[in-house]
Design a protein around this ligand. Structure first.
Ligand SMILES: Cc1cc2nc3c(=O)[nH]c(=O)nc-3n(C[C@H](O)[C@H](O)[C@H](O)COP(=O)(O)OP(=O)(O)OC[C@H]3O[C@@H](n4cnc5c(N)ncnc54)[C@H](O)[C@@H]3O)c2cc1C
Length: 420
């Protein structure tokens, strides 16, 4: 069976690996110069930055399992630390290495920057959510959900709202409470050991999966085309699909949702409603002297433009700016100067070091209440979808992208005996 996978982001990579393991003859076609899509090494002379700062969680089980399939020891490429959410205003929630839910109970009890009554209310709220398996009675915004739950104090400002913005890349006023509840279910609310751990890539995102997957796929006979954008996708005369000039029995389309109408034309309507609103992410990298660093590699920023500061090691600090905001209107040099001022307030006076601003205008779909999400199976014969937008449980994440790719590949192969 010949299968074309269109789009070589993490979803397309996952689909291609799964298809190869199931015996399909795979051709992976990617418009960019290398695999990885939105999660890859940026094109800079030093080659040590990503096109956006990313963070993984211990709960990313399918991502980690996929890495293990194509990389000998992926754990060595990630720094794994117990969850610690602290910010520049003195708030700190650190989870000890205890089994869940003791870790969260202890973390809440010992959290700095919130009163005892509020901590107790929050612990009871989480317990209630757990009993309802994190299913909400009705869909609403995260802000309205937190209001209704009486989550109105310091934990809301320092924990829930920054977490929502980071995880859903959508402000709490417009973010889906149900999807946020899924994120909580699989992280803070999960009993799985290490689910809440933070995983910091030691190198670039390309080292984690896209580059090893490129080698793995090529060594197993898959055909890889990079720097090639598919222009024409038409049903074949007797089934299958014509991808530009080549015929394939089946196709997995793993492009971002805004690219689907261009690729499928009117046939895209058969997929159902697609996300129409998107949110940007900005990442501003600073190269301070190598001895500059943070006591813990992640620090929340409040009261300025920046939202999270990540220590990438060797003096490289990254500031993340999620969703639409004032930062978008600032030209790069002004944005860098403003964020440098926020950083020197933490690390002491320093001259402005070399910096780099990377803006992803359509970083993720806006994860709003009740957003329709199309599944991997489509009404179009022999064609499946993959991509973060079609993994309904999660916001736009690496884990959602990978799960959707694996699921699309399994559906594509269903009923087809694996090659011996
Ligand atoms: C700045 C930033 C920070 C983020 N931070 C996090 C984070 O911390 N944690 C997390 O889990 N997630 C994060 N995300 C989200 C995560 O990166 C995405 O959810 C994930 O990479 C999406 O993968 P994908 O394969 O679904 O889509 P994409 O990565 O968009 O892949 C689609 C691919 O299709 C290709 N393509 C499009 N059209 C064609 C065509 N016609 N022919 C051939 N190829 C085509 C594109 O070039 C692209 O490579 C972040 C995203 C951004 C942008």
């Amino acid at each position: 069976m010949r299968v074309a996978v269109i789009g070589g982001g993490w979803a397309g990579i996952a689909a291609a690996v799964e298809l190869v393991d199931r015996g399909a003859a795979v051709t992976l076609i990617e418009a960019g110069r290398r695999l990885g899509g939105r999660a890859r090494q940026a094109d800079t002379p030093e080659g040590d930055l990503d096109n956006g700062q990313h963070l993984l969680l211990g709960a990313y089980t399918d991502c980690l399992a996929l890495m293990r399939r194509v990389v000998a020891r992926p754990e060595e490429k990630l720094q794994r630390l117990p969850l610690r959410l602290q910010d520049n205003r003195g708030f700190c929630l650190a989870l000890p290495r205890l089994p869940a839910p003791l870790n969260l109970a202890w973390g809440l009890l010992a959290a700095r920057g919130a009163g005892a009554g509020e901590k107790l209310r929050t612990a009871l709220w989480m317990q209630g959510l757990k009993q309802r398996r994190f299913r909400l009675d009705h869909e609403t915004s995260v802000s309205a959900w937190l209001d209704a739950a009486g989550q109105t104090g310091a934990l809301r400002r320092h924990l829930w709202e920054p977490l929502c913005l980071a995880a859903l890349n959508t402000p709490p006023q417009r973010a889906s409470a149900q999807v946020f509840a899924h994120v909580l279910r699989d992280s803070l609310g999960s009993a799985a050991p290490g689910a809440t751990d933070l995983l910091f890539p030691r190198g670039t995102l390309s080292d984690l999966l896209p580059d090893p997957a490129t080698t793995w796929l090529a060594s197993r006979g898959a055909t890889l085309h990079t720097s090639r954008r598919v222009r024409h996708l038409e049903p074949g005369p007797t089934g299958g699909w014509r991808v530009d000039t080549e015929h394939f029995d089946r196709v997995i389309v793993a492009v971002a949702p805004q690219h689907l109408p261009g690729l499928l034309g009117e046939r895209a309507q058969a997929l159902g409603p697609l996300p129409e609103q998107f949110e940007p992410i900005g990442t501003v990298y600073f190269r301070y002297p190598p001895q500059v660093g943070l006591p813990f590699p992640l620090l929340g920023l409040q009261g300025g433009l920046g939202q999270w500061l990540v220590d990438r090691g060797r003096g490289v600090l990254a500031v993340s700016l999620s969703a639409h905001g004032d930062w978008e209107a600032l030209p790069d040099p002004e944005l860098a100067r403003a964020l440098h001022a926020e950083i020197v307030a933490l690390i002491g006076p320093r001259p402005l070091p070399p910096w780099q601003v990377i803006r992803e205008k359509r970083a993720t779909f806006a994860c709003t209440p009740g957003l329709p999400r199309c599944p991997q199976a489509t009404a179009l014969p022999d064609l499946w979808l993959a991509g973060d937008h079609c993994w309904a449980d999660y916001p736009a994440t690496l884990e959602g992208a990978v799960r959707s790719g694996l699921a699309a590949a399994r559906l594509c192969c269903a009923g087809t005996p694996a090659a011996s």
